[in-house]
Design a protein around this ligand. Structure first.
Ligand SMILES: [Zn+2]
Length: 129
């Protein structure tokens, strides 16, 4: 059973977005609307609007999902051990509402060495110049 994050029920999310955020789903690779987004701005949680990532840490990882080398600010996300699907991974959840965002891996570019692999459906985007 998926735990229902706070606030999520009040927001207007599509069924696909609820599947990701509430049921820890994963969108099909190379389908996300932010995969090739090169605009400057802030990536927010689709459920609660919490600012999660900045465009200047986004990079093309070739995996098919939006990838970031760092979070927008310390404490924006919470990391949890995820042993589902026979894999040992680190789950990334929104620190504010607990919605599932994606996973983080240790093969990212310097300086952080992190690759935050995030579902487009879990994100919103606010363009900033
Ligand atoms: Zn959130």
């Amino acid at each position: 059973m998926a735990v229902k994050p706070k606030n999520v029920c009040d927001s207007e999310l599509s069924e696909e977005q609820k599947h990701i955020l509430l049921e820890k789903g994963t969108e099909a690779p190379f389908t996300g609307k932010y995969l090739h987004n090169k605009k400057k701005g802030e990536y927010t949680c689709a459920a609660c609007g919490n600012v999660l990532f900045m465009s200047d840490t986004k990079f093309d990882s070739g995996t098919g999902w939006p990838s970031f080398s760092d979070v927008a600010k310390k404490g924006a996300v919470v990391l949890r051990t995820d042993n589902s699907h026979g894999m040992k991974r680190i789950e990334v959840v929104c620190a504010k509402c607990g919605g599932h965002l994606g996973h983080v891996f240790d093969d990212g570019p310097t300086p952080t060495g992190k690759r935050y692999c995030i579902n487009s459906l879990a994100l919103g985007f606010t363009e900033k110049q």
